[in-house]
Design a protein around this ligand. Structure first.
Ligand SMILES: NC(=O)c1ccc[n+]([C@@H]2O[C@H](COP(=O)([O-])OP(=O)(O)OC[C@H]3O[C@@H](n4cnc5c(N)ncnc54)[C@H](O)[C@@H]3O)[C@@H](O)[C@H]2O)c1
Length: 401
């Protein structure tokens, strides 16, 4: 890790005012929409757009800051942003609201902001609204910088359609794969044998389900998983592929088909499962001051954004429990999208898995070493890495072949 440019590297992210904040009011419904651009690198930023009733500019700002930290931690030549609309995505007027929001944001979408799906907004909806407003694709702002935009668009679209050997779209599983690699990297850093490493995972959707799959495949023992309905536990190790097959579209496991020997516990029980690693992969603030004492894991790997409150993390660190921060552990999908854009990975899924594995493991190894040698919390070392990268990227221009 190289020297940082500020006395407290977290200042580059936590205390820094966003570069731009835009509030929009829909003239038809009165809904409020927000775009927060936390940092621009080479004049461009990336971050999804969410829609939910009650969405605020401060929530969008927090998420934009998270994106900025992720892109910097992975040395990506792009800043962090987020869009948000305070509206019910199930309301039949939602398409119109999003169309008007993106029309108003068009100067940003044309050249400076790459957006994607997020809570309440599917990629299909984004694509449909982009078609409506006359933008080719949600990577438009980046692809328009390519000398051959049409060839680049075809290349990126081919990459987005790649399937894994197991039959899943690569883009759906790469984030969970990154979380699994963060877990395996932590186990390696602490010298634990993988077959003896036990893991509990909260959430079995895109992130938690993907992490469970790849951890099981690597030979680790996933002893408990939780969904919105409750916790399932087997200290001998769950049959992960069989359980994932029982999920519905909301990531909930059909309890009528769960084997009888699997214990069924309350939803919150997952936090207190005695496993080496706990992966919160569902909701923000899963570990809080009021439940932190229940945490029985030795390492927490944050797949969900802001999975641990800062007060709870202080309490964990004081007990010697390490937290691999969200902006490292869950950055796989964001990093992969940017590698794809830059032509650094292509249509062979193994190249993407190898690249993410190498980058994630190298980062977690550095963080683990700083913890083991100097008791520096991983979030602090992660901020130092991100800050150092951000300063190194000053003046960088993205090159899209
Ligand atoms: N999908 C991504 O690419 C991505 C990338 C980075 C971060 N994240 C973050 O990861 C988290 C999960 O995202 P996802 O896309 O996997 O969601 P998802 O909707 O695919 O899955 C959510 C899972 O969590 C479960 N769940 C919901 N509430 C729960 C609760 N209170 N207790 C236990 N389980 C509960 C659901 O049953 C489901 O299994 C979110 O915080 C998201 O912001 C997602």
């Amino acid at each position: 890790m190289t020297a940082t440019h500020t006395t407290n590297p977290a200042q580059d992210f936590v205390d820094r005012e966003p570069a731009h904040q835009i509030t929009w009011v829909d003239p038809v419904t009165g809904a409020h929409g927000y775009l927060v651009v936390h940092t621009l690198v080479g004049g461009i930023a990336t971050g999804g757009t969410r829609m939910r009733p009650g969405c605020t500019i401060s929530e969008v700002g927090d998420l934009a800051r998270g994106m900025a930290t992720k892109t910097a931690a992975f040395g990506l030549p792009v800043g962090g942003a987020k869009g948000g609309v305070d509206f019910d995505p199930k309301d039949p007027r939602a398409f119109g609201v999003l169309t008007r929001f993106f029309t108003e944001m068009r100067p940003w979408l044309d050249g400076r902001w790459v957006t994607a799906e997020d809570l309440g907004v599917t990629q299909q909806l984004i694509d449909d609204v982009f078609a409506e407003v006359g933008l080719s694709q949600s990577f438009h702002a980046a692809i328009s910088r390519s000398p051959q935009p049409e060839e680049t668009l075809a290349r990126v679209q081919a990459g987005l359609e790649v399937m894994t050997d197991d039959g899943y779209p690569l883009g759906d599983v790469i984030g969970g794969y990154g979380v699994a690699e963060a877990c395996l990297g932590a186990a390696e850093g602490f010298g634990w044998a993988i077959p003896e490493t036990t893991i509990a995972i909260q959430g079995v959707g895109t992130m938690g389900g993907g992490a469970a799959w790849y951890l099981h495949e690597a030979g680790a023992r996933v002893t408990a998983v939780a969904d919105a309905r409750g916790t399932l536990c087997d200290p001998a190790g769950l049959d992960v592929p069989a359980l994932l097959d029982l999920r519905d579209e909301y990531g909930e496991i059909d309890r009528t088909r769960v084997p009888a020997h699997v214990q069924q516990l309350p939803r919150e029980a997952i936090v207190g499962i005695a496993a080496d690693i706990f992966v919160p992969a569902a909701v923000s603030y899963a570990i809080r001051e009021d439940n932190v004492d229940a945490v029985a894991a030795r390492v927490v790997v944050e797949a969900a954004n802001a999975a641990t409150t800062w007060g709870a993390e202080d309490a964990l660190v004081a007990r010697g429990v390490v937290v691999v921060p969200d902006f490292i552990a869950n950055a796989g999908a964001a990093a992969w999208a940017w590698w794809l854009l830059q032509g650094q990975v292509g249509c062979d899924p193994q190249d993407s898995f190898d690249r993410l594995s190498a980058e994630m493991r190298a980062k977690v190894a550095v963080l683990a070493e700083r913890w083991i040698c100097d008791r520096i919390p991983m979030r602090q070392s992660g901020f130092a890495l991100a800050s150092s990268n951000l300063h190194a990227l000053e003046g960088a221009q993205i090159v899209i072949p």
